[in-house]
Design a protein around this ligand. Structure first.
Ligand SMILES: NC(=O)c1ccc[n+]([C@@H]2O[C@H](COP(=O)([O-])OP(=O)(O)OC[C@H]3O[C@@H](n4cnc5c(N)ncnc54)[C@H](O)[C@@H]3O)[C@@H](O)[C@H]2O)c1
Length: 241
């Protein structure tokens, strides 16, 4: 089996942690896709290929990602991690914000998946992991309306693809983290908001990118072929179901 992984949102801290985890676990090459250049924390000696691409642009995916996939693939792993956060609740959410957040967080995952699925099908094997959020189930504690809805859509995209692709040897799962110690949280929430959040989290701390990356790898492992259509919560006990 070919071991090429594709990780979107590769310039962010979670994307970088996921790429490190895939490579540490023996994935040979990874396409690091982001709208901006990604500087990896450590050198991977030619195992990481940059793809600068806007995932909301189907033509850009075809022009930038697919030639790399043809060269290196077929891919066995796709992690739909790119996302943007806004915190506006419904009455403060403009149509422009709504469209932008849905376009990156949900349509982007749909477009990249659509480009990659035929290549996974061709080898009868694939692992797709979508990065959702606790917001999808909680209604959004500090997250805004557009973000919350986009992550609900991400869960439904996970279920829909899982149901359709299971017979093709492709599993589709999601990880739903909450409050990872990243700029998305540190910069968008005030110190008072963060302290209030930590106070509510039973484990009394924020999540680490490496912990989410570990869960992503578990779902990407060849031995996880009987797990599909699952959304794994990773929220320090903030929400049980
Ligand atoms: N940080 C958290 O606490 C948290 C919690 C739950 C879920 N998440 C999810 O985890 C994922 C990664 O979060 P992060 O904290 O690393 O965020 P981040 O903002 O640091 O990274 C996201 C990356 O996505 C890229 N991106 C944005 N728009 C893009 C586009 N159109 N095309 C290609 N790339 C694009 C950005 O350039 C950025 O590098 C997101 O989907 C986010 O919603 C984060």
């Amino acid at each position: 089996m070919n071991t090429l992984g594709i990780v979107t949102g590769a310039a962010g801290p979670l994307g970088k942690a996921i790429i490190d985890e895939l490579l540490i676990n023996g994935i040979e090459t990874v396409i690091a896709l982001d709208i901006v250049e990604s500087t990896m924390k450590r050198s991977w000696e030619g195992r990481v290929y940059q793809c600068i691409c806007d995932i909301t642009d189907a033509e850009a995916i075809e022009r930038t990602l697919l030639p790399l996939v043809e060269q290196l693939g077929p891919p066995s792993i796709l992690v739909n991690n790119a996302g943007i956060l806004t915190t506006n609740k419904v009455m403060e959410t403009s149509l422009e914000e709504w469209n932008r957040v849905l376009s990156v967080n949900l349509t982007g995952a749909f477009l990249v998946s659509k480009a990659v699925i035929p290549r996974m099908k061709s080898q009868g094997y694939g692992r797709i992991v979508n990065i959702s959020s606790l917001a999808a189930k909680s209604g959004g504690l500090t997250a805004g309306t557009a973000y919350t809805v986009s992550k609900g859509g991400m869960n439904s995209l996970t279920f829909s693809l899982a149901a359709e692709l299971a017979p093709s040897g492709i599993t589709v799962n999601a990880v739903a983290p909450a409050y990872i110690e990243t700029p998305m949280v540190m910069e968008q929430l005030t110190k008072e908001q963060r302290d209030a959040v930590i106070d509510k989290i039973p484990v009394k701390r924020l999540c680490k990118s490496e912990e989410v990356a570990h869960t992503v790898w578990t779902l990407c492992s060849p031995k996880s072929g009987f797990i599909t259509g699952e959304v794994i919560d990773q929220n320090g006990g903030l929400h049980f179901d």
